[in-house]
Design a protein around this ligand. Structure first.
Ligand code: 9MG
Length: 288
């Protein structure tokens, strides 16, 4: 008899990730405004120290991104993205032995990050860019497919859906899983993300979170990103630096509705919220 569920392993390159309980993914943005402007090496050192802190606080994955996907953000070139992401991925893997996820939609960035030892691909465009599906397939890594309506430049202008938001998201994700499988990318390698804040109003986001358990019919692990999002700012009237309590409430609700990876800025407090929520959910399940 055991009081924990048996491990469910997701192979992630040199690592494997147990998804039988909720895990935390720490966000490491390496866009020019994210770290010290004391020069390139100083900025990379700062990013490494930040990642080290998130790992010490309990992050299972570090998500490295060199393209801002905030509403209104401008596109980056492949070279800009590679210059930002590659040195950080390389050092995270070599110096910290971290499980690194690369937040990109760019096929060349996927390939190079995988060659440097990244263990997961996080694509907010769900492998819809030309060549992305083939590139992801070639890496052998697991991929998170996220729902987004529109592009970061315009996605928040007037989001609207013809179906209830949760059905629209499920339909899109189902179609992307089918496209991946048709190309040879097996569903065992896929994770799904409803894409909170990506082409969605506050009402869409609230409704989607309330009904997120319906995504369990897709039978794949769910990843969610709610940390510091404008949804919290709009509901509570809080600036970005005061959104942690609201974010922890949402993280807890997401875990209760089936999320297995939480993508967050504040790893330590999220670990406590997630572990506390999980302890309640597991109560009485010792024979599972
Ligand atoms: C890169 N990025 C920003 N927000 C995100 C979210 O909610 N999910 C995923 N998978 N990636 C995100």
């Amino acid at each position: 008899m055991t009081d924990t569920p048996s491990p469910t392993w997701l192979p992630c390159g040199r690592h494997r990730l147990d998804l039988s309980y909720p895990r935390v993914m720490g966000i490491l943005n390496v866009t020019p405004d994210s770290f010290s402007d004391g020069g390139r090496h100083v900025a990379i050192d700062d990013a490494l120290r930040h990642a080290e802190r998130m790992l010490a606080e309990g992050a299972a994955i570090i998500d490295v991104g060199g393209e801002s996907t905030r509403p209104g953000a401008q596109a980056v070139t492949t070279q800009q993205e590679l210059d930002r992401v590659a040195p950080v991925v390389e050092r995270l893997v070599c110096e910290l032995d971290a499980l690194v996820s690369v937040d990109t939609s760019n096929p060349e960035v996927m390939r190079q990050a995988a060659a440097l030892g990244a263990g997961m691909i996080n694509d907010v465009r769900a492998l819809t860019r030309e060549g992305a599906l083939e590139a992801a397939l070639g890496t052998g890594l697991p991929v998170c497919l996220m729902h987004m309506q529109g592009e970061p430049q315009d996605m928040q202008q007037a989001p609207r859906y013809d179906a209830p938001i949760e059905e629209a998201v499920i339909g899109f994700l189902e179609a992307r899983v089918a496209a991946c499988e048709a190309a040879g990318l097996r569903s065992e390698r896929l994770l799904l993300d409803p894409g909170f804040g990506f082409g969605k109003t506050v009402e869409h986001n609230l409704r989607l979170l309330k009904r997120m358990d319906r995504l369990s019919r897709l039978n794949l692990p769910l990843l969610v990103g709610l940390s510091r999002k404008s949804l919290i700012g709009k509901v509570l009237g809080r600036p970005v630096e005061e959104r942690l309590p609201g974010g922890l409430a949402l993280a807890s609700l997401a875990v209760e509705r089936g999320a297995r990876i939480l993508r967050v800025h504040d790893v330590g407090p999220t670990m406590d919220a997630v572990n506390m929520t999980w302890a309640v959910l597991r109560e009485g399940c010792e024979n599972d």
